[in-house]
Structures are given as structure tokens and as C-alpha cells.
Write a protein that binds this ligand. Structure first.
Ligand code: ADP
Length: 160
């Protein structure tokens, strides 16, 4: 059974993330979606809220996807799950530099683990969790950019 790990902050999950997940499911039998905290970003939603939204948005795949929280070294999590693949999404060339150095660092730390990059659908190339929060904060429309559950939670979070 081929398994992979897709880590991210998912604050909140967008249709860009969902697109990467759907594509990864075509390549792997089982996917671990891992919610972590990026020390450079102060999250808007708690890890519990982010996991809840992901679980709801991904429930039709719940026999092949597990959503979990993890705050340690990602490589240890990947090994614990007996996987050797990390999935990351690429939107544009601007993502590349950061992702490239992170993948090389991970390879340096663990030779057996490969990072696989999946390009998003071009419709979602401009999408990021931060842009979604910006729109929601000013009560703009996020329909079509995020799963329904996220739309609902954003409304609650940024209620007038
Ligand atoms: P992180 O803080 O780890 O970058 P994110 O939740 O912002 O977490 O992103 C997780 C992964 O999903 C990253 O690989 C990121 O490049 C990718 N990603 C985010 N938004 C999109 C999108 N619209 N299309 C494709 N990949 C995306």
C-alpha cells in the first residue's frame, strides 16, 4: 500500500489544498493530512478547528484519508506512519524557492524520504489561506474558493 503525508497549516483549508489532495489520491492509496503550526504564522483558527474543517471537507474519503495534528519534526511523523513521501503543493514560481530549500533540508535529514510536488489547477493558483481570510474579514464572497464548512466557519469567525 502506497502512503503519503501532506503537511500544512491549513488555516483554513482552501479549494487549492483540496485540489492537491484529490490529485494525491490518484497516486497514493492512503493519505495522512497533517495539521501543524508554522512558527512564522499566528493561526486564525485553532488546530482543533482546522482539523474539524478538514475532516468535514474530506469525509467522503474517510476510508483513505486520516487528518491529524502533529507538532514535532515532520520526518519523524512520516517514519512513524511507515511512509516515505511528503506531498507539497505548488502554485507559482514564488512557492518554489521556499519549497526547494525545505525539500533539500528534509532530504539531508533523512535520505529515504522524498518530497513530491503537485501543481495546482490553474484556477486555484492565486488562492491562499491568507487571501481567503482577508476577503472574509471584509465580508467579501469566498464561495467557490473554499469548502462549504469553511465558508460557514469564516462567517462565524468574522461576524459583523
Ligand atoms: P504551510 O504553512 O506549511 O505552507 P499551507 O497550509 O499554507 O501550509 O500550505 C500547505 C501546502 O499546500 C503547501 O505545500 C502549499 O504550497 C500548498 N498550497 C497552498 N495553497 C495552494 C493552492 N492554492 N494550490 C496548490 N497548493 C497550495
Amino acid at each position: 500500500m502506497k502512503t503519503a503525508v501532506y503537511p500544512g497549516t491549513f488555516d483554513p483549508v482552501t479549494n487549492g489544498h483540496m485540489d492537491i489532495i484529490e490529485r494525491a489520491l490518484k497516486l497514493f492509496d492512503r493519505l495522512y493530512v497533517v495539521v501543524g503550526d508554522n512558527p512564522q504564522k499566528a493561526p486564525t483558527f485553532t488546530a482543533k478547528e482546522r482539523i474539524g474543517m478538514l475532516k468535514e471537507a474530506l469525509k467522503k474519503h474517510n476510508n483513505r484519508i486520516e487528518v491529524e495534528n502533529f507538532d514535532g519534526l515532520l520526518l519523524n511523523y512520516v517514519k512513524k506512519k511507515k511512509s516515505n513521501v511528503i506531498i507539497r503543493g505548488l502554485r507559482a514560481i514564488t512557492d518554489f524557492e521556499f519549497e526547494f530549500s525545505r525539500a533539500l533540508l528534509n532530504r539531508e535529514l533523512s535520505k529515504d524520504i522524498e518530497t513530491i510536488f503537485i501543481m495546482t489547477k490553474d484556477d486555484y493558483a492565486f488562492l491562499s489561506s491568507s487571501i481567503i481570510k482577508e476577503i472574509a474579514m471584509f465580508h467579501g464572497p469566498v464561495k467557490g474558493f473554499v469548502p462549504q464548512i469553511v465558508e460557514k466557519k469564516l462567517k462565524e469567525k468574522f461576524r459583523k
